[in-house]
Design a protein around this ligand. Sequence first.
Ligand code: AHR
Length: 501
Amino acid sequence: MKARVSVHRDFRIGRIDDRLYSAFIEHMGRAIYGGIYEPGHPQADENGFRKDVLKFVQDLKIPAIRYPGGNFVSAYRWEDGIGPRDKRPIRLDLAWRSKETNQIGVNEFADWASMAGIEMMLAVNLGSRGLDDARNFLEYVNFPGGTELSDLRRSHGTEKPHGVKMWCLGNEMDGPWQIGHKTAVEYGRLANETAKAFKGFDPTIEAIVCGSSNDGMPTYPEWEREVLEECYENVDHISLHKYFGNNSRDTLNYFGKIEETGRYIQTIAGVIDYVKAKKRAKNDVSICFDEWNVWYHIREDDSKRIKSWDWPEAPALLEETYNFEDALFVAGLLNEFIRRSDRVRIACIAQLVNVIAPIRAEKNGPAWRQTIYYPYQFASLYGRGVALNIAVDCPTYDCNAADDVKYLDVAGVFDEEEGVVTLFVLNRHLTEAAELNVGLTGFSPVALSLHLSMAGYDLRVGNGPDQPDRVVPVPGSGIGVEDGALKGSVPALSYHVLRVK
Ligand code: AHR
């Protein structure tokens, strides 16, 4: 297959918000307890945080992390997680039918996030609770001192306020499964009042309102319209969530879901524009894709197990083991986020450790990186700067998820300070290599400074505690610079990071 790619220095989509490479972690399963925190583990520090997990997290250079949920947040009492640990209550977590010990709360999580070099993005409970509890939480977290709640924080040993700027107004409030589920108008009004109160406290706060739980919801995309009509002027972002899978074992259709996601983003961008125009509003609302990942390998098994178990503490839940195909999918999805970065400012891989996660941590055992860790890491490390509008001319295919899907998926980012262009190249063809001819206009001199590749693995193969490095990136070959263009061949079903300086 021949593929002609045109990259031009002046054809720009815009500057990518670094927060496009953020993550999400929830109090559920073994994400927090047994994930980032396992006192007594040989790798645990004096506060019980696993250093091996932390190192893998640090290597991702994650800009922001959404916490503490997820469905969990919709019945969460933030006060349960503060103060002396031996006084903290054990509660039932109704979302995941488990017990929550509250040994980690906002202050401990903030300590971990600071060690990981990540900014916190907090969610408030707008399911079982409301505006008053949300504003109390904000005051506890962000006010310097001299009020009851800020002094309470200081008495808990956290002298300085956390200065959290990103606040999620509830979680998936359109979902009938959500505790405290609401209609769009009910929720939109509550979100508006909460956002107003938060901005009254600090106008620089960014409020994230809940969009649909996914684009298959019966109320999508009316939900977004109705919610935004209630709160447009007071919010900064609207959330999108989407999880992916390949139950039908149809690889090309799986990859086609990347284009489907592009349509989802485009639709919500259209709804935002419509409401903005209707309200004659001046402010812009962007998209915060704050839950995305692959979730299907053990999804059904988990939903059966959860119904029958007896409220365990930190049970193994949603511990998907990813394969090479999933890594290729994640690479393509991140490419789509780069291409849509004019509208998507924040995106969070869901989740980070153990629960549908790029990092796994065995109880009393090793931590290891899943296949999807690598495309996420490369996007985060090399995908910062200006997103380029790249033209790709290559054969296409039709599938259930989308028509005219290009076999070659390319995204590009220009780091102006370093003068480096990074191309993320995914060949989704099942059998054919792509003969690349990448024209680079406006960049000179041109030399390939880095080529990393993931190729040649069986699609169903993944990593595990015993074989942690079975599927890993390696230095690539077969591409070189010729007459100022990149030329060469990338094999079928392969992913490449090409850095040109
Ligand atoms: O990430 C797992 C769950 O998926 C989250 O709790 C919820 O928001 C979504 O449905």
